[in-house]
Design a protein around this ligand. Structure first.
Ligand code: SAH
Length: 350
C-alpha cells in the first residue's frame, strides 16, 4: 500500500531517502517541490532523476483533499471550504483575508469529543483524528488556489476539533508549517486554540513555540462546567496554572483568552470582574467573541451595548482586549458554526 508522503516528517523522509542511498540533495529538493512549489505529482519534480521519481511513486502518493464546496461570504471576504477526505468524511476550513494578512482556519479532527454546549461541531461528536497529511492538506489545497504571489500568512487551529486532543499529528504538522524547508510560516503567525487540556498545554509549552489561545468562556468553575463538560476533568485553576507554565517556558508569548459572550450566561459586569482577576494572573490578551447563532442554537448573542460595557470594563483596567466579530457568519463559517453531517455530502457550490 502506498503511503501519503505528506504524512511523513521531514526527518522520516530524509531517512527513507538515505536508506535507499539517494543523494543527499534529494530530500531537500522533494520538500521544496511538496511544500514550496506545492506540486501534486512526482512527475512535476523535474530536477529529480526519472528513476528516483518512479521510486517515490512506487511507495508514495501526494495526498489531495477534494474540494466539495466553496462558500463565499457576501458580508466579508471570507471563504469556507468543505473538503472531502479519502474515507468519504468531510471537514471544513475557512480562509479569512484581513488588511495585511491572509489567515486560514484549519481543522484538526473530524467532529470533536469535547461536547461544548454552545458549539455546533460538538453535535458531530468525534469521528476521528486528522492525519498530519490531512492537516497540512487543507493549507496546501487552499494555497494552490491563490493568485500567484499571494501567500497564506497566518494559521489558526480553530476549525473543527480539539487540536491538543490530536497531539502528535498536530505537533508534527506544525513542525512542517514552521520549518523553512516546509511551509516556512513563522511561529508567531500560528495559533493553537484549546478548550483547556491542561497536561497537553504543558507538554505543548515544552514542544512548540507557536501561540496558544485558551477558550475560557466562563469565569467560575460552575459556569465553565455547565458550558464545557471537559472542564470537570481540568479545573479552572489547573488550566490557568498550565497556561502560566506556557508563558514561563515561552517568555515571548502571551496567552490569548477567548471569551465567547452569551446573553444572560456570562456577560455581566460580575463576569467581567472575575475575568479581570483571572487575567491578572497570567500574561494575556483577551478576545471577546460575541456568540454566533446557528439554527436551533441554544444561546443568544448579547446586545452590542452589553458587549461594549464588558469590553470597557477590561480596557479601562489596561487589558489588551479585542472584540472579535467572527467572519463568515452568513456561510456558517464563523467560530462554533462548523459542522458537516458525516453521512450526507453537502451540495456542491463553487
Ligand atoms: N477546540 C478548540 C478549537 C476550536 S476554536 C477550542 O475550544 O478552543 C473555536 C473557538 O470558537 C473557541 O474559542 C470556541 O469557544 C468558540 N466558539 C464555539 N462556538 C461558538 C459560537 N457559537 N459562537 C462564537 N464562538 C464560538
Amino acid at each position: 500500500m502506498r503511503q501519503n508522503i505528506l504524512d511523513l516528517t521531514l526527518d522520516r523522509l530524509s531517512s527513507w531517502c538515505s536508506e535507499r542511498e539517494l543523494k543527499r540533495y534529494v530530500p531537500p529538493q522533494v520538500y521544496q517541490w511538496l511544500y514550496s512549489k506545492k506540486v501534486v505529482s512526482f512527475e512535476e519534480m523535474t530536477n529529480i532523476a526519472v528513476e528516483t521519481r518512479a521510486l517515490f511513486a512506487e511507495y508514495f502518493y501526494i495526498g489531495r483533499l477534494e474540494v466539495g464546496a466553496r462558500h463565499h461570504s457576501q458580508v466579508d471576504q471570507s471563504r469556507k471550504y468543505l473538503f472531502r477526505l479519502q474515507d468519504g468524511r468531510s471537514i471544513e476550513s475557512v480562509l479569512m483575508p484581513q488588511k495585511n494578512r491572509l489567515t486560514l482556519c484549519v481543522s484538526s479532527q473530524v467532529g470533536c469529543a469535547m461536547g461544548c454546549k454552545f458549539c455546533k461541531t460538538a453535535e458531530m461528536k468525534l469521528v476521528r483524528n486528522l492525519t498530519q497529511g490531512e492537516i497540512l492538506g487543507q493549507i496546501l489545497e487552499v494555497w494552490r488556489e491563490l493568485s500567484p504571489g499571494t501567500r497564506i500568512s497566518n494559521i489558526v487551529l480553530m476549525g473543527m476539533g480539539e487540536p491538543l486532543h490530536n497531539y502528535d499529528n498536530l505537533l508534527s504538522s506544525i513542525r512542517i508549517m514552521t520549518d523553512d524547508r516546509g511551509l516556512g510560516i513563522s511561529q508567531r503567525k500560528i495559533t493553537v486554540s484549546t478548550v483547556g487540556l491542561a497536561p497537553e498545554i504543558e507538554r505543548f509549552a515544552n514542544d512548540s513555540g507557536v501561540k496558544l489561545a485558551l477558550s475560557l468562556n466562563a469565569t467560575t468553575e460552575e459556569g465553565r462546567q455547565n458550558l464545557m463538560p471537559i472542564t470537570k476533568k481540568y479545573s479552572l485553576e489547573r488550566v490557568i496554572e498550565a497556561c502560566k507554565k506556557y508563558t514561563e517556558l515561552q517568555p515571548k508569548r502571551r496567552v490569548t483568552l477567548e471569551y465567547v459572550m452569551m446573553a444572560g450566561i456570562n456577560d455581566s459586569l460580575e463576569d467581567a470582574k472575575r475575568l479581570a482577576r483571572i487575567g491578572s494572573h497570567i500574561p494575556c490578551k483577551i478576545n471577546l467573541i460575541p456568540y454566533n447563532e446557528y439554527p436551533a442554537s441554544p444561546f443568544q448573542r448579547p446586545s452590542e451595548e452589553k458587549v461594549g460595557l464588558f469590553f470597557h470594563y477590561l480596557a479601562d483596567r489596561h487589558f489588551q482586549v479585542n472584540i472579535r466579530y467572527s467572519k463568515g457568519l452568513d456561510v456558517m463559517g464563523a467560530c462554533g458554526q462548523l459542522c458537516v453531517n458525516p453521512g450526507i455530502p453537502s451540495p456542491v457550490t463553487t
